[in-house]
Design a protein around this ligand. Sequence first.
Ligand SMILES: [Zn+2]
Length: 208
Amino acid sequence: MPKNKGASRKTRWGIPKRVVEGFAKRDLRHLGWIHESGFYKKPRGNLRYGTEFRSRTSLMAKPAKKGERLFLHTHPERAATANCALPSFNDLRGLLTMYKEYGINTWVISRVNEKGEEIGRTFLKLRIKDEKKVNQLIGYMERLERSLKDMDIEEREKRLEIEAHKLFRKWRSDKLLSVKFIPMQGYRFDERIDDFVSVREGSVKSRR
Ligand SMILES: [Zn+2]
């Protein structure tokens, strides 16, 4: 990661941080817990709220607008996904389908703690341009999901998260996906639990 980009990133992402935390803190006030929220972004533009439906553990995004290249969504603390700062099965599929439909090639997972503060962001950039390859990957994921359809829902969800973890590692090592973990100030990414943790408190707090 180039070291001299820090300052510009901080400026560019200062407004998104306020936007994301604004939503999270409003959720806390009105609902008592934080829902996931999703946003689109044009290069050098601000975040545009782009959610049709959202809950604590999932969201349905509205369609992207022309020129938008990035989709950011939050993974609040106590989300259902065990993958924490990593993409869920639906995230990986969304990354592929949004690329196909709108040319969105960057997904950002924003980790939000129980106080509504952003603690880190995971940047996922799809490195494939070939639509045939994208379709192949979507096909693989659909077959995988179909093969589990007779499973009990809870079991299936768990299994899909495990599969997502495997796919994430494979795509990353095959260079289909580039990944960057950007902790907020006072946090670091802990590879052992795949999550951002406070520099001071260590990793125990985030373990569930
Ligand atoms: Zn997600």
